[in-house]
Unconditional design. Sequence first.
Length: 262
Amino acid sequence: MPLRAHLVELRHRLFLAVLGILVGAVIGWFLYTPVFQALQSPILEVAKQRDALITLNFPGLAASFDMQIKVSFFLGVLISSPWWIYQLWAFITPGLTRKERGYAFGFVGVAVPLFLTGAYLAWWALPNAVRLLTGFTPSGAANFIDAQVYLGFVMRLMLAFGLAFLLPVVMVALNFAGIGTAAMWRRSWRWAVMAAFVFAAVMTPTPDAITMLMVALPICGLYFLALLVCELHDRRVNKQRLANGLPTLDGYLPDDAPGGTA
């Protein structure tokens, strides 16, 4: 596909993805009250445990309205995740056969639970992060947390975890599109493991190693599972290529194949 066609396709997929997020944001608008109560529950719990003044603060006249809009769009991203994840698949794999395009349902069926699992894992780690970060407040002092700063922290945390869990599925999509071979992913496994542990250490602001391991190990496991799927796919492709007298993905061509050396 020419570069211009790729750009047109990217614009088309982005438009559809944003449209889905907007629809999800409308639904999220009506879910704001219970979601906001859940968002501030870790702070209220810490304040109760320490018998201290720790609360969210809305510093401006329109801050609460702005907060509701941001929460609605954040919920829109979560609610519409099946839709925009499908658009991602459709953009990465435009040149697949009809049979391979049928894998889109399997891709979305796996990717959406992984994305939501990653977001939930961040939500699970949030109370520990709030407990740790507010623990630096001096004794006798109050902690008025800017509501929008807090929301930005929670959104970045959940989206980062969700996308991290989504990356192995993107690996498989790139492999099916012929962009990344299993051999390439296999050679990069050490870097992938190191990146998973660095990501876990940075994104879980808690001092204990248990939380870091509970984040890093699932990401590593998903990487190697995706690598296995890529291996199986490349074996099938190589078998078909050899049957047609074509070199394998790594350039190997048997001597008895058409075009091979005698």
